[in-house]
Design a protein around this ligand. Structure first.
Ligand code: GTP
Ligand code: MG
Length: 448
């Protein structure tokens, strides 16, 4: 299938050869097969390059990586307290000509639970107990349109944009809503509303060292703290041997727990590579994500996820993981903190800087680091992407890399857009294989 991105390119030239390309790829074109004769491969490359150049959004100043990093939090310690139950009432019915009407104290309402919910939402982790005037219904995404999500009125769209896939807005303490006390005339107190804490999909919930929940899918929920039961009113204690009970019970306090939230970025493909290999440049070329690009190492300080659109509304999420170096598993460079973001990726793209001598050593080192972090991680389905093919020294290294690897190497240039379409097609092949494997196992595949 042909990536829809190619069709949605702004370049007019793209559409000239589209008809042939679409029909032939739908007939089962493999990424290794050359495109059909009628279509000039150069035309496709040029359109990708155009895409790379024209992706800047007009009028929107991109935030610096440093500022984005400040907003990115992947660990949080949270104290969650369920709402307290309301107290039962103790009173007696009384009206003219019916002086001893019996006990009519109602029960207290139950305290509200505190629930963690995996949401792929532009709002994450916002407290729902701001003053009523500042409440807004979030209709912005599938994950939370039924939930009352509240945020301060002073926040702008740009502020909430940055909350995506981060625990930065999860507060250190959440208190559930209390149940109301019972009243006279058998009035039961209202139960406290459920307090939803929106956390990004891929959040692991730990209590001590024990993993208690894994919110790996959109809409996954975990009851972090139970609300306390409401107390009983004196009407509840009415019995044959006690026609006028005065007893009523107070509400139970809500459950209190200290939880550790840990975010592991969830994406279909994870880009792994040494600093300066061109991972961020590649993500910019493939998607609308805007990670910072610069010629110094460790430009990227947090994972970025970009979406690659394909025909039929299929979307593949690609994550740009900060650069790894030798010894990353021993906390060298940016350390092992970012290795955990690779764990959740369904398949990997090893991005190699082809302009450096002996580029195969980069792949070996990367695989070693992954293996040291978690056994079997380097065995995930993967592709080797040799970047910077536009540089003269890269051409000489390519054949050596191919000989050493003994598998397909996708040589491309993230800057000029040369051969990007081969990567797009290969991504789709990896994605299809992943979907098939998941459906074969009867598991729910990750959809974006
Ligand atoms: N000539 C050429 N330069 C490239 C290409 N891709 C990336 N670069 C350059 O390589 C440098 C590093 O690119 P980045 O995309 O920031 O690399 P990165 O892998 O994200 O680096 P870190 O964020 O530090 O891990 C930049 O100066 C890019 O312009 C390419 O295909 N050709
Ligand atoms: Mg980068």
């Amino acid at each position: 299938m042909t990536p829809a991105r190619l069709f949605s390119a702004r370049s007019r030239t793209m559409f000239e050869g589209m008809g042939h390309w679409a029909s032939s790829t739908q007939a089962g074109l493999k990424p290794s097969q050359p495109p059909p004769r009628q279509v000039s491969p150069r035309l496709l490359s040029v359109s990708c390059a155009d895409l790379v150049k024209h992706q800047e959004l007009p009028g929107k100043k991109p935030l610096s990586e440093k500022k984005l990093k400040r907003c990115f939090v992947d660990c949080r310690r949270v104290l969650v307290c369920g709402g307290n139950g309301g107290a039962g009432a103790s009173c007696f019915h009384s009206e003219p000509r019916k002086e001893f009407g019996g006990p009519d104290g109602g029960d207290g309402g139950n305290g509200g639970h505190v629930i963690l919910r995996g949401a792929q939402c532009f709002l994450s982790g916002h407290l729902t107990c701001w003053p009523r005037e500042s409440m807004r219904l979030c209709g912005g995404c599938r994950g939370c349109c039924q939930v009352l999500v509240v945020f301060p009125l002073t926040w702008h769209k740009r502020d909430v944009d940055q909350q995506v896939k981060s625990l930065s807005s999860v507060l250190s303490r959440y208190q559930g809503f209390n149940g109301e006390d019972g009243g006279s005339k058998n009035c039961f107190g209202r139960s406290g509303a459920v307090l939803y804490i929106q956390v990004p999909v891929g959040t692991l919930v730990k209590e001590g060292n024990r993993v208690v929940a894994d919110l790996a899918h959109l809409g996954d929920e975990y009851i972090a703290a139970l609300g306390g039961a409401g107390g009983k009113g004196n009407r509840f204690f009415l019995a044959n041997d006690n026609r006028a009970p005065v007893t009523c019970t107070p509400g139970q306090p809500g459950q209190q727990r200290v939880l550790h939230l840990e975010l592991k970025t969830v994406a279909h493909a994870g880009m792994v590579g040494f600093p300066n290999a061109g991972k961020s440049s590649l993500l910019r070329a493939l998607s609308n994500a805007r990670p910072a690009v610069a010629s110094y190492p460790f430009t990227t300080l947090k994972p970025h996820v970009g979406i690659v659109h394909y025909e039929g509304h299929q979307q593949i999420a690609v994550a740009d993981i900060p650069g790894l170096i030798r010894g990353a598993h021993q906390n060298r460079g940016l350390g092992s903190a970012f290795l955990r973001h690779i764990e959740r990726c369904c398949f990997l793209l090893f991005v190699v800087d082809l302009s450096l001598p002996e580029p195969w050593t980069q792949v070996d080192d990367l695989k070693y680091e992954l293996e040291m972090y978690e056994e079997g991680l380097s065995e995930r389905p993967h592709a080797i992407v040799a970047n910077k093919i536009d540089l003269p020294e890269a051409q000489a290294n390519l054949s050596q890399l191919r000989d050493h690897m003994g598998q397909e190497v996708i040589a491309l240039s993230a800057v000029t857009g040369e051969n990007l379409e081969q990567l797009l097609l290969h991504l789709k092949v990896l994605y299809d294989a992943y979907m098939e494997a998941k459906l074969g196992q009867g598991c729910k595949p990750l959809r974006w």
